[in-house]
Design a protein around this ligand. Structure first.
Ligand code: NAD
Length: 430
């Protein structure tokens, strides 16, 4: 099929690469000229396992091209995927200006029947909005359909998630249009749900909000465990064995960050309010999440007293492991608070250092976890990178000025750290 992808961020780039890998002809366009130039030079602007190889393979095979010319993309594609950003505005509402701009560009160039597929995460009603914009601005009297096909990939495993999604949701105005998408996704042999456009739009928000709720739930339970001298990891395991509950997302820690969960939950609350429903449950999910970093900082203060002049090593900057994405990362909140209280911060992340440098001032960025630990009065684990689980704790202790760990992701064993002579604080355990 001839496919166009508008917006080559995490979602657009991975989507375009995977569609090309399935044998389609894919044109990707972005308004960011620099990003397109880099891609045309063979540079992949984001870190995602397996993405480099997949892009190069398909560019060489002539199935994947990059351009700033959205009009060409529209003319040469039968299916056009909108994958632009949908950031939050103050107050939680979704900023739809990028989607609107993409819709206008489509309207100006559309010259034949096209299926416009919205893959960006957008509030219910956006399919109708896109349809309306194209209808009002189109220069030729042509037909088109707008489909909602929300994306569920996770950064860090985006290629795998796109090749083998748990489900593919297709919100289409009629069966004929839905069949076009079914045909495209058929080679993946994954479960597909065909529904109407508004339901598909809500499925995405309801799913992310539910997962965020699981995270806040176990974090609230962690607070109770701390008071009751119980072990939240065991509580989560005990709950997770119940097939109705499941183990996923029951990991206590610093809470959720990143470019999706916080904004999507806020947006869902906002849209629900507009539609006349006060989603108090999700407001509380956000409130529990907001308390996580201050909670860890409280534990640090209680143990260390004044932080003035103290050296703190921070392990992990990205909002989660296996990504370089710093959007809404908990590290930013934690580090800024430490700096404000007069601490010296030495930080390390396996891949997010470049992105972190442009956000965080006054931090010493170190070449390794051991370098961040050297001379530190304490270590703070912020991101659950596998590499941190595998550190040699004996060596770490020798390098540190004081054997003190604050583990915001519960990656170490309490007994072992104690045996090795660390003072170890984590989440949800006495
Ligand atoms: P991103 O910020 O990484 O990329 C968006 C890209 O769109 C940017 O390169 C930007 O320059 C480009 N763009 C903006 N307006 C444009 C326009 N009018 N024409 C062409 N290009 C334009 O965003 P992302 O993380 O890829 O997310 C995209 C959408 O997918 C969002 O709605 C997000 O909520 C959703 N989503 C993201 C993830 C994720 O893990 N990142 C997962 C599922 C869904």
């Amino acid at each position: 099929m001839e496919i166009g992808v508008i917006g080559v961020g995490y979602v657009g780039l991975v989507t375009g690469a995977v569609f090309a890998d399935l044998g389609n002809d894919v044109i990707c366009a972005d308004i960011d000229k620099d990003r397109i130039e880099r891609l045309n030079r063979g540079e992949v602007p984001i870190y995602e396992t397996g993405l480099d190889e997949m892009i190069h393979r398909n560019v060489e095979g002539g199935r994947l091209t990059f351009t700033i010319d959205v009009h060409r993309l529209v003319r040469e594609s039968e299916l056009i995927f909108i994958c632009v950003g949908t950031p939050p505005k103050d107050g939680g509402e979704t900023d739809l200006s990028y989607v609107e701009r993409a819709a206008q560009a489509i309207a100006h160039a559309i010259d034949d029947y096209k299926v416009i597929v919205n893959k960006s995460t957008v509030p219910v009603g956006t399919g109708a909005l896109v349809s309306d914009i194209i209808e009002r601005h189109k220069r030729k009297s042509v037909r088109f359909d707008v489909v909602s096909n929300p994306e569920f990939l996770r950064e860090g495993s985006a290629i795998q998630d796109t090749l083998a999604p748990d489900r593919i949701v297709i919100g289409a105005p009629n069966k004929t249009v839905a069949m076009r998408l079914l045909e495209l996704y058929a080679p993946l042999e994954r479960p597909m749900l065909i529904t109407d456009v508004p339901s598909a739009e809500i499925i995405k928000y309801a799913s992310n909000a539910f997962l965020a709720m699981k995270i806040s739930f176990i974090n609230a339970v962690a607070n109770v465990c701390e008071q009751a001298e119980a072990n939240v990891d065991d509580v989560a395991k005990g709950m997770g064995y119940d097939a109705r509950i499941g183990r996923g997302f029951l990991y206590p820690g610093l809470g959720f960050g990143g470019s999706c969960f916080p904004k999507d939950v806020e947006s869902f609350v906002h849209k629900s309010g507009e539609l006349g429903y006060d989603f108090k449950l999700l407001k509380e999910v956000l409130s529990v999440n907001r308390e996580r970093a201050p909670h860890l900082l409280g534990i640090i203060r209680k143990s260390m007293g004044s932080l003035e002049g103290k050296v703190l090593g921070v392990l992990g900057l990205a909002f989660k492991d296996n990504t370089d994405d710093m959007r809404d990362a908990k590290s930013v909140e934690v580090i800024r608070a430490l700096l404000e209280e007069g601490a010296k911060v030495k930080a390390y992340d396996p891949v997010a250092m470049d992105n972190a440098r442009s956000i965080l001032n006054g931090v010493e960025f170190c070449p390794s976890a051991y370098a961040a630990a050297e001379g530190a009065d304490a270590l703070v684990v912020v991101t659950e990178w596998r590499e941190f689980r595998q550190l040699n704790l004996v060596r770490l202790k020798e390098l540190m000025a004081r054997p003190l760990i604050f583990d915001g992701r519960n990656i170490y064993d309490v007994e072992r750290t104690k045996r090795l002579g660390f003072e170890y604080h984590c989440m949800g355990k006495a």
